[in-house]
Write a protein that binds this ligand. Structure first.
Ligand SMILES: Nc1ncnc2c1ncn2[C@@H]1O[C@H](COP(=O)(O)OP(=O)(O)O)[C@@H](O)[C@H]1O
Ligand SMILES: [Mg+2]
Length: 250
């Protein structure tokens, strides 16, 4: 088996606001290996984005820890975390977070400029990446001039700009029709596999798990997997309103 890239150990997460405390993760552990394509499936509000943010070092767990290639990211300085997010993690956000006043090209250049590439280098590579995601001719358009699928392509190009080891995509097909969603998933996984990236993506749609090599379910604050996970092996339990692996109790 290939080497472990992420180990999540006993993660808990409770959001505390004035009105209430909400426990989203209840002590969950999982491991991801280099080259895995992990799909995290769960209903809306189950904690998918929370898990991704914690793995990416964008948020901290209430307890438990995340190891990246054996190193505890919770012990890192802000500078080390910044470098980790800039160089090791490519994040495709559910809401895109493209900079609206920049062109597609400039959006893809941003992480490379932050990584201290020259403007010429960044621009050259951004154009190549946009060509690879099929958007070369829209390089000078602003995000508001692009369709959801096209925006998602810009996000893919931006996420892989600094050659991250892990590509994280939060509901990458969430705003797309099923045909465009299929195209985006294939593109995303092709781009990642060509570069030997590990991929972690989320969805609330069991159909979208079909290209994953491992399927994690998130329910009741826990991430679970079973040995024969596969698209055909998942069902929706109407009583508990949750996804489950066939044959598992809810
Ligand atoms: N910053 C936050 N403060 C308070 N509650 C939050 C925060 N972020 C998420 N939540 C709540 O935590 C739960 C899980 O959220 P999230 O991880 O975004 O779920 P998912 O991505 O599966 O829809 C939801 O009920 C959400 O409202
Ligand atoms: Mg979410």
């Amino acid at each position: 088996m290939s080497e472990k890239i992420i180990s999540a150990e006993n993660l808990t997460k409770t959001y505390v606001s004035k009105a209430e405390e909400l426990t989203v993760l209840r002590g969950t552990s999982f491991e991801i290996h280099k080259g895995d394509i992990v799909c995290l499936l769960g209903i809306s509000g189950s904690g998918k984005t929370t898990v991704l943010n914690i793995i990416a070092g964008l948020d901290v767990p209430s307890s438990g820890r995340v190891l990246y290639s054996g190193a505890n990211i919770g012990e890192w300085t802000l500078n080390e975390l910044y470098d980790f997010r800039l160089h090791e993690i490519g994040f495709i956000f559910q809401e895109f977070y493209l900079l609206e006043h920049l062109t597609a090209l400039e959006n893809v250049m941003v992480p490379m400029i932050l990584a201290e590439k020259t403007e010429d280098e960044a621009q050259e590579r951004a154009l190549e990446l946009l060509a690879q995601v099929g958007l070369r001719r829209k390089a000078m358009n602003n995000p508001e001039e692009l369709s959801s699928g096209e925006r998602q392509r810009v996000c893919i190009a931006r996420a892989i700009a600094n050659h991250p080891s892990i590509l994280i995509a939060d509901e990458p097909t969430g705003t797309l029709d099923s045909k465009t969603g299929d195209e985006i998933m294939s593109l995303l996984l092709n781009m990642a596999q060509l570069r030997q990236m590990t991929v972690i993506y989320t969805t609330h749609d069991p159909y979208v798990t079909k290209l994953a090599t491992r399927i994690f379910l998130i329910q009741n604050g826990l991430v679970v997997e079973n040995g024969q996970s596969g698209f055909d092996n998942i069902e929706f339990d109407e009583t508990s309103f949750k996804y489950k692996f066939k044959g598992d109790k809810t």
